[in-house]
Design a protein around this ligand. Structure first.
Ligand code: SB7
Ligand code: NI
Length: 212
């Protein structure tokens, strides 16, 4: 038996890199629980866990590190996926690739549209308009493909606390709003496929924006 604190202490050891072995898979009841808000101001343990989660995402997007550690690429991670039932999410979304006059990609490493750990994040308002990613979604806790539009809000305003325990508000649209919605869902025990129409997974809904 290990307690949540013991698991968290293992994850935040200086020498530890989060890998796929630390990520729990569907079937584990923690993924279906509603996670607890974290205490404010943040504890050092919760700050360090956020840093480890961002480091995991950075490694997962680095071809060399990803191969070495056998990581699946990810743009987001939620603490419940680490069997830590706390409202902590990490987001690392690369910027749109830029191109020069000849159409060649301008390499812009370490350039992120979203690079944040959010504590106690909640959607305080959202559009009536819905949106879905054209190709559907996947999840690091789901080792199979589940096809279909994952119906979400097109635009959201999120309130959260940052790593300095400061209250922040951010408005997001497009793909940038899909990732935190996927992660906030994890803190509420919701899986992406809960938002796919079981009758007709690729059914186009009235007014739904398709993000490609
Ligand atoms: C597609 C992928 C993600 C979010 C939104 C659209 C993140 C996948 C990685 N995760 O499983 C994080 O929970
Ligand atoms: Ni996920």
């Amino acid at each position: 038996m290990t307690t949540q604190d013991e698991r968290q202490n293992k994850l935040i050891r200086p020498s530890h890199y989060i890998t796929m072995d630390d990520i729990i898979r569907e079937g584990n009841p923690t993924l279906r629980g509603v996670a607890e808000r974290v205490a404010l101001p943040l504890s050092n343990e919760d700050i360090l866990l956020g840093e480890k989660m961002i480091q995991f995402l950075r490694n997962s997007q680095d071809p060399v590190m990803a191969e070495k550690l056998e990581l699946r690429a990810g743009v987001g991670l939620a603490a419940p996926q680490l069997d830590i039932s706390k409202r902590i999410i990490a987001l690392l979304v690369p910027s749109e690739p830029k191109f020069d006059e000849e159409g060649n990609e301008v390499p812009s490493k370490e350039d992120y549209a979203l690079n944040t750990v959010m504590y106690n994040a909640r959607i305080i308002s959202h559009s009536v308009e819905e949106a879905a990613i054209a190709t559907g979604e996947g999840c690091l806790s789901v080792d199979r493909e589940v096809p279909g539009y994952v119906v979400r809000h097109a635009r959201v305003t999120i309130e959260y606390y940052d790593k300095n325990s400061e209250k922040k508000k951010i408005r997001l649209k497009g793909f940038h709003s899909m990732v935190p919605q996927h992660e906030i869902d994890h803190t509420d025990g919701i899986m992406f496929y809960d938002r796919i129409d079981p009758e007709n997974p690729w059914k186009m809904r009235e007014g739904m924006q398709i993000i490609d």
